[in-house]
Design a protein around this ligand. Structure first.
Ligand SMILES: [Zn+2]
Ligand SMILES: [Zn+2]
Length: 289
């Protein structure tokens, strides 16, 4: 399945608990680059305006061009670590709509259809991993074991696994990493115990969880300046693959609860919020043909 040996070349970023509008306090980048490939296959439809097909996980150029007509999120979860499916009695909406809205916007110009899971029954409970923390290799091994969909043809798939444990780097478990995107593998891991610590309010945790996913998907898709070329000077290189726009989900700020509350209020009241700033959107739009 996987080819090559994944070697993290970027540091693991830690999105800290609060500050959802960005990812706060990562010391470096929550984007773990590796050289792992992925498997080929998938459908090969022949629409009139469809670009060339691709093999394996698409490059950013392929992803945002007309090569990709379908983007699918495959979601699995460890027992006890399922994603939130409700924002609670007050907000009362499906938190996944936030990811749907944001991914729809990313692919607006190339017209790809984005599919996110609509119910827990669309996801697989993989049982108990028997671990409290997970290294990059262990996460990739879980993906090898449980990932059902591959990318190729005109379909880009991403494998997102919710874990009931923490991320582990070379020094062991890391307390504050909410999620990681593993290089160009299309694999994203979400760390539920850290997400659960986002706040006491269910809506905060549920929308916060989706914001983490949106941020990690942004990295997997090549933001900022890690596959998607810049169209303006908004790369916060000092902090990894992040954006200098404080109002962009790809920003990583060091602010706390106040920013989180603002974020949640926006989501709850507006109902449909695009969390990417114009600079990041301009970058992906420029790749559409
Ligand atoms: Zn990040
Ligand atoms: Zn941005």
């Amino acid at each position: 399945m996987k080819t090559g040996t994944p070697v993290p070349t970027a540091c693991i970023a830690a999105m800290l608990l609060f500050a959802l509008v960005g990812c706060s306090e990562d010391t470096t980048s929550d984007d773990v680059t590796d050289t792992g490939g992925s498997d080929a296959a998938a459908d090969a439809d022949s629409g009139s305006n469809v670009g060339p097909s691709f093999d394996g996980q698409p490059t950013s150029e392929e992803l945002f061009s007309n090569s990709v007509t379908s983007v699918v999120l495959e979601v699995d979860y460890e027992d006890g670590a399922a994603p939130y499916m409700s924002t609670g009695p007050v907000a009362g909406s499906d938190p996944w709509e936030l990811s749907q809205r944001n991914l729809d916007r990313l692919f607006e110009d190339n017209g790809a259809v984005v599919t996110v899971p609509g119910a827990l029954s669309d996801m697989e409970n993989i049982g108990d991993t028997g671990r409290d923390s997970h290294t990059v290799q262990q996460i990739l091994d879980l993906a090898d074991q449980h990932r059902d969909m591959s990318s190729g043809g005109h379909t880009a798939t991403y494998y997102i696994i919710w874990l009931d444990g923490h991320f582990a780097d070379g020094d062991g478990a890391v307390d504050n990493v909410l999620g990681v995107s593993l290089g160009d593998t299309g694999v994203i891991a979400m760390f539920k115990p850290v997400i659960e610590s986002l706040g006491a309010i269910e809506a905060t945790r549920a929308f916060g969880e989706q914001a983490v996913l949106i941020h990690e998907f942004g990295h997997a898709a090549g933001l900022v300046n890690r596959g998607v070329p810049l169209t303006s000077e908004h790369h916060d290189a000092e902090h990894g693959a992040h954006c200098i726009n404080r109002n962009c989900v790809m920003h990583y700020t060091n602010e706390g609860a106040a920013e989180l509350a603002t974020f949640v209020a926006r989501v709850v009241t507006a109902g449909d919020v695009v969390l990417f700033g114009d600079e990041c959107l301009d970058d992906v739009d420029a790749l559409a043909e």
